[in-house]
Design a protein around this ligand. Structure first.
Ligand SMILES: Nc1ncnc2c1ncn2[C@@H]1O[C@H](COP(=O)(O)OP(=O)(O)O)[C@@H](O)[C@H]1O
Ligand SMILES: [Mg+2]
Length: 505
């Protein structure tokens, strides 16, 4: 589009230049021709007038009076005929009486034109301007003593010159137009090669780069000339070279950073996996120890070991889950599980924590949600555990409630608490890894800041999303959705149904 616009403008301006130039050349040629023609006609007429004068003077020098000469009209007519285009020739007395005329009927008349009469009185001149439509040449006829006895007037019509002018304008114009058209063609061919083609190629490349962001592999073909357009094209290509190089470096840097990140995540995953094994051993041994006969003090110590161990195990589990997701090794299970049983297990594990803070912990599942679902049960449990433990952690009094409801093609899990809430300005940050919103109570901040980010990534892996509604000091509702298919019906029908469970207190 733009290239054709440029082409159009170039052609239009070149055509304007060519048309003006050829018109001016035609005009100049015509004017030159006309002045040449006038000169030629004048000198012809002068020659005719001279020859008639010489003849007359020879006769009068013989002593014959000019009035007595007979048949001189014939000579005048012959002289006029000898040169095409002449109007007339006449011999006129000083007082304007026509003695002889190439047009016989004019003989013995008086010159009607006052202009010509005025010229006649002046004597020997050749008017530069037409008189009554004719250019005239005047030649004096003198007697032996040298005084003027008559004048020879030879005239040629102004229209002759005008016709010549017109003919010349038409010829000049035609030739000019043909030359102009040829010139235009040559100019266009030149501009096409030197300007339009390289500019079009440049535009095509710009369009390619615009349509394929990040692809700098195209180059504009270099024009042969080394003028400004050649410099523009090579400069543009150099720019593309540099952008391509920069892009390559960026991709390398990104790949290197991705690789480093993967290595780090692999390391984390391996580490936390290896940490879990001795942790389980410690907790199991402590469990065995607690079942032996211990003094009250020893029992207290071993209970503390149990609590700290569980806590540490939670942190290790978070890190392991996060590292697995980050290293791209997350693979969701697709197994059948009993949703209500899973919730009971999750709640049971958090009950002690809730009781220790005197909070009520309850749950409800909508009736239409099937008893058995297909999905990754353990990961679902991890997500619910994260939300419920957060809710308990950030609530000092009141309740924590888990609600499960259908939501379009998904199931919505929401945990509502009556705790400290969150500053709405910070809500958008919460699901990023390692983000913990500062709270007045430093103890609450214990944790990794990974829990919500794990919930988000797992929910997305399960085809759902996460969200939170909260106001500062006004509790919070954290929710996520997941796409969980109902399990195919079993041969023996099982009980399903709504269940609302009172606070486990
Ligand atoms: N129920 C809640 N009430 C108030 N703040 C919460 C709640 N849940 C999470 N938060 C805020 O979100 C932050 C991130 O939570 P999370 O990712 O689970 O990390 P962690 O629990 O390790 O701090 C918490 O530190 C807390 O500031
Ligand atoms: Mg947490």
């Amino acid at each position: 589009m733009q290239a054709s616009g440029l082409r159009g403008k170039i052609v239009m301006s070149a055509a304007a230049v060519v048309i003006c130039t050829s018109a001016m050349i035609a005009l100049a040629a015509a004017l030159f021709y006309v002045s040449q023609q006038v000169t030629t006609l004048q000198s012809r007429s002068t020659a005719v007038a001279r020859s008639l004068t010489v003849q007359l003077e020879r006769i009068t020098n013989l002593g014959i009076s000019i009035e007595d000469i007979l048949g001189f009209d014939e000579q005048c007519a012959e002289a006029v005929l000898s040169y095409p285009g002449m109007s007339y020739a006449q011999i006129v007395k000083i007082d304007g009486t026509i003695l002889f005329d190439s047009r016989r009927e004019y003989a013995n008349r008086k010159i009607a034109s006052s202009d010509l009469l005025a010229v006649l009185i002046q004597g020997e001149i050749t008017p530069q301007h037409p008189i009554d439509g004719d250019y005239v040449v005047l030649e004096p006829v003198r007697n032996a003593s040298g005084s003027r006895i008559a004048s020879v007037i030879v005239a040629f019509p102004h229209s002759l010159v005008q016709k010549g002018l017109l003919r010349m304008l038409v010829t000049g114009g035609t030739v000019g137009a043909i030359m102009g058209a040829l010139g235009l063609l040559v100019l266009y061919a030149f501009l096409r090669r030197q300007v339009i083609k390289p500019v079009t190629a440049l535009l095509r490349t710009v369009a390619h780069v615009r349509e394929h962001p990040g692809d700098y592999s195209v180059r504009v073909p270099l024009p042969q000339q080394e003028d400004e357009i050649g410099l523009l094209v090579s400069g543009f290509n150099q720019l593309l070279d540099e952008m391509e190089e920069r892009e390559r470096e960026l991709i390398q840097a990104r790949d290197a950073s991705d690789q480093a990140n993967r290595l780090k995540s692999n390391f984390l995953a391996a580490m936390s996996h290896d940490l879990r094994t001795p942790m389980h051993a410690i907790l199991s041994m402590n469990e065995l120890l607690r079942n032996t006969a211990l003094t009250e003090k020893q029992q207290r110590y071993s209970l503390n070991v149990h609590k700290a161990g569980q806590w540490l195990l939670g942190i290790i589990n978070d890190i392991l889950a996060f590292a697995k997701i980050e290293s791209g090794k997350l693979e969701l299970m697709n197994a059948e599980f009993d949703l209500r049983q899973l919730i009971v297990d999750t709640i049971t594990l958090q009950e002690d924590f809730a009781h220790s803070k005197k909070l009520s912990l309850s749950w409800s599942v909508a009736e239409e949600i099937p008893a058995r679902l297909i999905g990754d049960g353990p990961r679902l449990m991890q997500m619910l555990t994260n939300l419920i433990s957060n809710a308990i952690k950030f609530t000092e009094q009141g309740s924590v409630h888990l609600d499960v409801m259908p939501s379009h093609q998904h199931i919505n899990f929401s945990v509502t608490d009556t705790g400290i809430g969150i500053d709405p300005a910070k809500l958008s940050l919460l699901f990023e890894p390692f983000v913990q919103v500062a709270s007045a109570d430093a103890q609450r901040r214990s944790g990794t800041g990974l829990g919500l980010s794990i919930v988000k990534q797992l929910a997305e892996a399960m085809g759902g999303e996460v969200g939170v509604d909260s106001a500062l000091q006004n509790g919070a509702t954290f929710w996520f959705t997941a796409r969980l298919r109902p399990a195919p019906p079993r041969p023996t029908p099982e009980e399903t149904g709504s269940a609302t469970h009172p606070p486990a207190a």
